[in-house]
Design a protein around this ligand. Structure first.
Ligand code: OAD
Length: 271
């Protein structure tokens, strides 16, 4: 099948579906300049997630973890939603019961205009108290990027090994209410994913899942597409290369999401 006939089949499924889920990963933001995690240049190619994205890492070396997230926040200041984010936001107009489930913490879908969004892994631009996880404190606030990042910190993520220039001093700020440390409002490895039950419910009722720019290796997020597939939904996978979810896809559209999605969704007339 040519890409155009593959695209036409996918367009007709999208036109006909009533309860679609769009599920996105880091690839949808790649063309906005946000680093992915596992492909070439991805964050986890050069950094160990267990040293930067776990509660244990934050206990062991809070300055390093805070510096890493400060660096990521600082990069985001220069990033804008791309044509893929906008095409997904536009899809809500023709599909009022659609839900967007994103693993991304960059907020670019909301900035593009998506309103029915589940941010499965949280929001990097929120600070919340580390004591929130056991229910002891509910304090959170918008991140104050300018307070914690110098321009020097924008060169790259801070590292302890191998020895390099020390990252800017970035001790986590303290909670206004209980004095605990503030941490980024994201889900770390090993932590519960609060929104997952809602996503499984949506998946069980979905009739189509449009998977975009995810490797599909992180659970429980990847299971959202599998649950929907198991319940009979069509699955369309958009990626620059096959992913772990391509094998369950009815259609694999190979290419950059900022290029594929406007073609796929823009030419899909309203029902
Ligand atoms: P990954 O880095 O694992 O995968 C990114 C995917 O995007 C890969 O399959 C790429 O081939 C694809 N890709 C890259 N550029 C693309 C483009 N322009 N258009 C389309 N696809 C493109 O990122 P995620 O799957 O999002 O979790 O990773 C899942 C989770 O692992 C993240 O949410 C994060 C990470 O650790 C937490 O932080 C909890």
């Amino acid at each position: 099948m040519t890409i155009e006939s593959e695209m036409n089949a996918a367009r007709s499924w999208i036109r006909e579906c009533e309860r679609p889920i769009v599920m996105t990963g880091a690839g949808v933001s790649a063309e906005s300049g946000v680093p992915t995690f596992r492909d070439a240049g991805g964050l986890w190619r050069n950094h160990r997630p267990e040293e930067l994205a776990t509660p244990e890492a934050f206990d062991r070396d809070p300055e390093l973890v805070w510096s890493f997230y400060s660096w990521r926040r600082s990069r985001l200041r220069h990033c804008e939603p791309n044509a893929g984010h906008f095409a997904i936001a536009e899809m809500e107009r023709s599909h009022p019961d659609m839900w967007l489930v994103t693993q991304n913490v960059d907020g670019l879908h909301r900035r593009a205009g998506s309103s029915r969004v589940v941010e499965l892994h949280g929001d990097i631009m929120i600070d919340r108290c580390e004591n929130a996880s056991d229910g002891a404190c509910s304090f959170e606030r918008p991140a104050r990027v300018s307070e914690v990042v110098s321009e020097e910190g924008e060169d790259g993520p801070p590292q302890r090994e191998p020895p390099q220039r020390e990252p800017p001093q970035c001790e986590p700020p303290r909670c206004d209410q209980c004095g605990g440390r503030l941490r980024p409002g994201v889900v770390w490895f090993g932590e519960p994913v609060p929104a997952i039950e809602k996503c499984f419910e949506l998946a069980s009722a979905a009739d189509l899942v449009l998977v975009v720019g995810t490797s599909g290796v992180v659970e429980p997020a990847a299971s959202v597409a599998r649950v929907a597939r198991g319940a009979g939904a069509k699955v369309i996978d958009v990626n620059i290369e096959p992913s772990m979810l391509t094998e369950i896809a009815d259609s694999f559209l190979r290419g950059a999401s900022a290029e594929i999605l406007p073609r796929l969704l823009g030419e899909s007339p309203a029902r």
